[in-house]
Design a protein. Sequence first.
Length: 360
Amino acid sequence: MMKRKSRNNRFSIAMLCLLLAACQKEDDQQPIYDPTALQVDYPQWIRIYLDEIPIPADNPLTEEGVALGRMLFYEKNLSADGTQSCATCHRQENAFSDPERFSKGIDGSLGTRNAMAIINLGWSEKMFWDGRRNTLEEQAHDPVVNPIEMKNKNWVGVLQRLQNDSKYPKLFFEAFGTFQIDSTHVTKAIAQFERTLISFNSRFDHYYFEGDTTVFNEQEKRGLEVFLHSGECNHCHSDALLTDNFFRNNGLDEAPTDLGMGSITNGSATDNGKFKVTTLRNIAQTAPYMHDGRFATLEETVEHYNSGIKMNSPNIDESVPLADGGGDLLTAEQKADLLAFLQTLTDESFLNNPNFSDPN
């Protein structure tokens, strides 16, 4: 009896060792890094007007990278006190722009510019109103350490907070093959998500590019004619992007206090007062307008181009309406028609796309 019991004990111990070894082997096994390539989805007609969206060789789009970037875009732990995320100043319902005139930092501090809309920026070669960054990756870096915005002294605390969050190390491994989180991969992920913020599904697109003439009423059709001809809007807001992505002075001030592009190009006087031409896509949702949000409504903005341009502004652009004359450009009816047309640039599917919303 004693021998049988001893054999049973030895058998049980052996089985336990095998089980422990199997569990240990399973625990030691690293997850597989095998990201899934992602193709940005946009209508076929876009390719007539634009090249394929440029994707950096060192930051290809993947399902895992975009999913991580989306989470980080809404992650409040990117700010020093955990109260603000990128989405705080770039709200989906406002076409990823800020409805406040001046964007607020974590302690209520105000900047001097309105946060730009994030729409189709994958085709843009210069970021911010003044063009100080060349890529979306660089653009994503700045707000985190901006002394007014998220107000981190550096990235150290941000990375510690993300590293200590149980969900992020695994997500970074799935996206980039590393459990160690750094600022480069944070900004790469956010940039991947931002490249998917594509908007080409407005009534204007269906009418103008796809030929569906039933989606415009007569006033909107007249407004399109004003946009293309008497209003001269399409000189700068052109083609499928509805922006030429240039930097221009549109005659806001005779003596600009914010030098715009001039403030970052070694004090070049020829760049003073120049700001990036914004897209008009979803323009009805991105108030207030201009780099400093000085115009609260589209009506005020149209009136600026109609009668308010400061002809003596330095470096005023030759494409600005009335640059060679004065007086009103449009009649009251033409202004009303133009405003009606601008409403057709709204892309409801973009504003309500669940793939762009807060994943939490």
